[in-house]
Structure formats: structure tokens, C-alpha cells
Design a protein around this ligand. Structure first.
Ligand code: CO
Length: 214
């Protein structure tokens, strides 16, 4: 017996229950997708994006990596955004981080460049950018929470500045970019209030980030 036979058994039951609910369910799913949302979140196993938002299969295009990073030179995330914006024409891009993010903690705790995994540099960059403001937060837990939030805000900025998003806005395509946080201890999602649907909004977000730091 395969060590993962339980998973196949679960899968068979799931497919059966979906068919019982709606006999044409898989036929419709196989015909194509037109999700309204693109989710960019952390790979953390405690974050179940579709389940926690009540979104059924077909409803959300999903990209996940360690600490929900949108690195300007990352062809993987850029391909996902390009496809979501240009082909699927999603209406909302949600960058969602979470408190207790292991990736953010690892970046925070690594002091020397030699020990630093190259991926964590993206988060270290956020820490450097907001070093003064973070230094003023005496409580270590609060500083960690704040870096988790700032990481989302910075990744929202990266999404907004990406050429395909700028081009979509330029041709008048309705597209929102949002920054959210998941609080693992109660499962609730918090809107960080950095949503943007046009270039002027991004400038407002930039100004707010600077004001928050001061
Ligand atoms: Co995480």
C-alpha cells in the first residue's frame, strides 16, 4: 500500500461528493477558467487562501512563495501576473502576508550576508528600507509584526509598478491591487488599506508609507 494511499482515498471521496452535489461540476470546470482574483501569498501550510475566503475551484488564480515576495526580476511571479492580467483579466490582485511568517523571521534574524539565503534578501531589503521606523519599535514581537506588514506593502508597490499592471491601467482596464494580512491566531484577514486602481493611488501609498515611518 502506498504511504499516501489515504490522500488518494480522500481525493476519490471529494470528487464523488462534488459530483453528487452537481453532476456537471467537473465538466464545467474542465471547460475553462475565468477567475476574478489573483492571490499572491506565502507558501506557509497554515494559510488556505481559497478555503478561508469561501472561493470555489475556478475562482482564484494563485501564486505562492516564501513570504509572498514580488521580486521585480522573478520571471515566475511576473509570468503569473502577466497571464492573470492580460489573459484571464482578473479584477483584483491580492498580496496577502501573514503574522508569524517564518520567511520574514529568518530574514530578520540573519545578520550577515554570508549566512543569508538569496531569497531572503528581498525581505532584508524591506527591513533596510524601513530600518529607522523599525528601530523605533522597542517590542520585538511588534517589530516582527510590522515587518510582516511592511513586506506586504512593498510587494503591493512592486505589483503596481510592474509594466503589465501599468499598461492595463493605461488602457483603462479595471484592475485593483490590494495588501492584506492574515492573522493566524484567529483566522481573520485584515486589509492594510493600501489598495490601488490607478497610478495616482500608488503615489498615495508611497506617501503614506513614508508618513507611517516618520
Ligand atoms: Co510566511
Amino acid at each position: 500500500m502506498s504511504p499516501l494511499s489515504q490522500l488518494f482515498e480522500n481525493n476519490r471521496k471529494w470528487a464523488e461528493s462534488m459530483r453528487a452535489r452537481d453532476p456537471a461540476y467537473f465538466e464545467r470546470l474542465a471547460a475553462g477558467q475565468s477567475p476574478e482574483y489573483l492571490w499572491i501569498g506565502c507558501s506557509d501550510s497554515r494559510v488556505p487562501p481559497c478555503a478561508m475566503l469561501g472561493i470555489e475551484p475556478g475562482g482564484m488564480f494563485v501564486h505562492r512563495n516564501i513570504a509572498n515576495v514580488v521580486a521585480p526580476g522573478d520571471s515566475n511571479v511576473l509570468a503569473v501576473i502577466t497571464y492573470a492580467v492580460n489573459v484571464l483579466k482578473v479584477k483584483h490582485i491580492i498580496v496577502c502576508g501573514h503574522y508569524q511568517c517564518g520567511g520574514v523571521l529568518a530574514a530578520m534574524q540573519t545578520r550577515s550576508a554570508e549566512q543569508m539565503d538569496s531569497w531572503l534578501w528581498h525581505i532584508k531589503d524591506v527591513e533596510f528600507r524601513h530600518a529607522e521606523a523599525l528601530k523605533r519599535i522597542g517590542d520585538e514581537q511588534k517589530r516582527y509584526d510590522r515587518l510582516c506588514e511592511l513586506n506586504v506593502v512593498e510587494q503591493v508597490r512592486h505589483v503596481c509598478h510592474a509594466s503589465m499592471v501599468q499598461e492595463a491601467w493605461g488602457r483603462g482596464q479595471g484592475l485593483w491591487v490590494h495588501g492584506w494580512m492574515l492573522r493566524l491566531k484567529d483566522g481573520l484577514v485584515i486589509d492594510l488599506g493600501v489598495s490601488a486602481c490607478r497610478p495616482e493611488d500608488v503615489e498615495a501609498v508611497d506617501r503614506r508609507v513614508i508618513a507611517d515611518d516618520e
